[in-house]
Design a protein around this ligand. Structure first.
Ligand SMILES: *Cc1c(COP(=O)(O)O)cnc(C)c1O
Length: 472
């Protein structure tokens, strides 16, 4: 850790050199393109992980598929593989392109201006939704990383203790604990899976966690410990308690390579789904993916996997709330987990409970540094606007955190639209030769994917409450 005084000075210098960080610090929505992105081939070999690690994770998930099927019968439809659909959402696309987001007057002006200029038949490509919001067992993207890590730990314990291959007796695992710190969804994933295998599962929940998630976990035999502090505190406390107990294993969202690899498998699966749909990804047909980001593990793992599979033809953007853009701050300052959103004067508080993280994972930030195309930030009020728009146009419900992804295509198209029209040079995409500049000519052939990260388990009454929430 850098000493506090030195840190302040360093941060001040960085902020002064970087106008976009000033906007971030004011809580303004931004679209940041990553100046450090490199061609994937030139970065690949310097990364601490590679395609073999993804394949290893995929093989492990295959080995556990029979057990998953037994524990969670709803997974039988995919033979014990926890996976989600990729669906096209043309009505939402129409709505995003044509309409403005209700209640956001500035935004409306911007959109109208662009759409008019593009009315001559300009084409932005197609929009899809990756439905991780519907994933079995945990109802969120955390079903990927969380379940994978619990399974990997289980396999290791079984081997160390000489259990017969393929047998996982509950009474054996009931001697062990698995603990995790969470804003909600990771706790759901780790808690449900661990309890189903027989472990004593303990979830340390930050103040952002929703009541229904705590209730759901307790109903499933999970011990929930509640904190008044934020995610960072819940993790620190959980880690300390677990470390003090030799029978306990801590799932460390801030540093876990296993979680990361579980998420990365998504890319192999997506490749199969795109091929099935006959969707081509190549130099003229970019794959542009927008993923809501909290501490970084889920979007980072997916992004890494996509770069491994598609290289420079995959463009990945993270989306964060304006009050908790920890990954953006970590990347743009280069300080990663040594800087928090509070250090630049933001609250860290947001309605996007899954994204309410103040300090990014350093492990993920360093991997993303040369892979990520950029980031968008979004104000909380729009999360509910997107939520309504998606339900009204496509009949699909996803949770507010998950709706952040829609800011991705909106911000990118707005920027691209202005560039094409060349109306305002200043607000045009940066002229640096980064990959976002390359995309703008290729939009007609583009496949956009908004990654829906959570929603299936949200109770009906809470869904209605979200649908009727208007923030100003
Ligand atoms: C956890 C979560 C994310 C982001 O994942 P991180 O690993 O925290 O970056 C996004 N959306 C939802 C709904 C989540 O629960």
């Amino acid at each position: 850790m850098i000493m506090e005084k030195t840190m302040d000075k360093k941060l001040n210098e960085i902020m002064n050199d970087n106008p976009i960080l000033k906007q971030v610090a004011e809580g303004t929505e931004v679209f940041w393109t990553n100046p450090k992105i490199e061609q994937f081939d030139s970065v690949k070999d310097s990364l601490p992980i590679g395609m073999e690690d993804i394949k290893d994770a995929e093989a492990r998930l295959q080995r556990f598929a029979p057990l998953i099927m037994k524990l969670f019968p709803e997974t039988q439809k995919r033979n014990g593989i926890i996976e989600s659909d990729l669906i096209e959402i043309p009505n939402m696309w129409d709505s995003l392109v044509r309409d403005s987001i209700s209640g956001a007057p500035d935004h409306q002006t911007e959109r109208t201006e662009r759409i008019e200029q593009d009315a001559s038949g300009s084409d932005f490509g197609r929009l899809f939704l990756k439905m991780d919001s519907d994933l079995d067992v945990a109802g969120s993207v955390k079903a990927r990383g969380g379940i994978y890590e619990v399974l990997k730990h289980t396999e290791e314990l079984a081997i160390e203790n000489g259990l017969p291959s393929g047998e996982f007796p509950r009474e054996f695992f009931s001697k062990y604990k698995i603990q995790v710190g969470s804003t909600g969804n990771l706790g759901m994933s780790i808690g449900i899976m661990s309890a189903a295998l027989g472990y004593q599962a303990i979830v340390h929940m930050s103040c952002d966690a929703k009541q229904w998630k705590k209730d759901y976990l307790r109903e499933h035999g999970v011990t929930v410990i509640e904190y008044e502090g934020d995610y960072g505190e819940a993790v620190a406390q959980g880690r300390a308690e677990s470390d003090a107990d030799p029978m306990s294993y801590f799932v460390d969202d801030e540093n876990s390579k296993d979680l990361f690899m579980g998420y990365a498998v998504a890319a192999l699966r997506l490749k199969g789904q795109l091929e099935e749909k006959g969707i081509v990804v190549d130099e003229d047909h970019p794959l542009i993916v927008y993923i809501p980001c909290g501490v970084g593990g889920a979007p980072g793992g997916i992004a890494f996997g996509l770069k491994e599979v598609y290289g420079d033809n995959a463009y990945v953007y993270f989306v964060e709330p304006t009050e908790a853009p920890c990954m953006l701050v970590g990347l743009a300052t280069g300080l990663h987990n040594e800087v928090s959103v509070q250090d630049i004067g933001l609250s860290g508080q947001t309605h996007a409970d899954g994204l309410a993280v103040s300090r990014p994972s350093g492990f993920v930030g360093e991997i993303m540094e040369q892979l990520l195309s950029g980031e968008m930030t979004v104000v909380d009020s729009k999360l509910y606007d997107y939520l309504r728009m998606l339900r009204n146009t496509e009949g699909i419900f996803i949770e507010p955190s998950s709706c952040a992804g829609f800011q991705g295509p909106v911000a990118l198209m707005n920027a691209a639209g202005k560039c094409r029209a060349n109306a305002e040079k200043d607000s045009c995409l940066p002229d640096v030769m980064n990959d976002t500049t390359r995309i703008k000519e290729k939009l007609p052939g583009a496949t956009h994917i908004v990654w829906a990260t959570g929603g299936r388990l949200v109770p009906q009454d809470v869904r209605e409450e979200f649908y009727n929430t208007y923030l100003r």
